[in-house]
Design a protein around this ligand. Sequence first.
Ligand code: NDP
Ligand code: 2IT
Length: 445
Amino acid sequence: MNDYAKRVYDYLVEKNPKEVEFHQAAREVLESLSPVLDKYPQYEKAALLERLTEPERAILFSVPWTDSTGKVHVNKGYRVQFNSAIGPFKGGLRFHPSVNLSVVKFLGFEQIFKNSLTGLPIGGGKGGSDFDPKGKTDFDIMAFCQSFMRELYRHIGKDTDVPAGDIGVGGREIGYLFGYYKKIANEHACILTGRGISYGGSLVRTEATGYGLVYFAEEYLKTAGLSFKGKRVVVSGSGNVAVYAHEKATQLGATVVAMSDSDGYVYDEKGIDLDIIKKIKEQKRERISEYVKLRKNAVYTAGCAGIWDIKCDYALPCATQNEINAEQAKKLTANGVKMVAEGANMPCTIEAAEYFMSKGVAVLPAKAANAGGVAVSALEMAQSGQRIFWSFEEADKKLKDIMINIFRKADAAAKEYGTPGNYIAGANIAGFLKVADAMMSFGIV
Ligand code: NDP
Ligand code: 2IT
């Protein structure tokens, strides 16, 4: 690591000792930026990295709510407005018991570079709560969302900060959040994306992250003389990103043989039937173990980590952070995996990613490969601003073009800075340069 980057990293660890996920995300970026920092000493004079690694603003709030039995609960609420150099803060809200400040900061930090790579005018932010939506009634979800928005509404705005979904926040939650904002702020503005089509949402936003991941991977595969056709694919998770990654990979001729949730995974040699998964997960909100009741040839195994023991050509981790460690990377590699395309944010540990690359397995990093979701969120903002709405085909074409462009930017930056084929470095560098340029233009603010 370049000396300046190392000093900034050590300081950040000293000041935020418990934020291990944030350390991990920052370390990966700062390591990648070393050749850029060697080339442009002016960044150090402007304390650019110190400013980039400290959120512009971090809001912590309590979320008290009453459930349908009259019991009162209090959850933690977060919104980290990380960097607004190139546009309003933008990034999802995650509702999951594992959410804490470290997780929200790692996600917000990654989002800065991801959003820059899209080429669209959006800064980076993230938020969420340790609230667990799993198993809750619609009434309880609504009560929680309304209390969450009761505080959040004063910090967001269509040109200030525009949240969206992430783990545990899908169409239902966005509906409750948006409805309550509209009521208390007395405006129908694009202050959230991922909205329903009837009230301002964009076609393709639901599919965007999963489809975008596969478009990005397809572009990489072309450069390696490969494709999805006839390949065995493992997709972890069975939420929004996983479902639409499966759908697009299958359309391109792949067979998705396994999917998972946090309890376990299903293996179906003939290919996971996506209609059954959608019914179980999107409509009934049940566990993936239900799948084997409807497909007798499939096998369910408890414990989600075992999914990486399955032999596959391409692995698409689409569940959560650090779901592939070095051990699992070794197993996947020994089983002949050729590409790992990250649908989830930071699903590979640093050691896992390094192992894959050392063995010639392509790693397509999250902040480039899963940028399709936030890209279509930015398209939703654009459409709302103009009061016009594009067809599915128009929005899908724009998404595909954006993903191809991101691949080219990451590929070109990796080559220019001496690490061809290292898309992690390429994505970090290309994402950084645009944000750095904007920050340098502003002076010290
Ligand atoms: P969903 O809530 O729709 O689905 C999450 C899936 O991951 C579920 O199958 C869930 O299982 C599983 N999962 C969650 N936490 C864990 C865990 N700790 N261990 C094992 N499995 C887990 O979320 P999304 O599909 O939206 O998000 C998935 C990933 O993609 C996240 O990393 C998110 O940050 C990232 N992402 C999402 C985007 C979007 O537009 N939605 C955009 C870009 C990235 P269970 O139901 O059992 O909890
Ligand atoms: O991680 C992500 O990019 C998201 N959860 C989507 C963010 C967004 O604003 O659409």
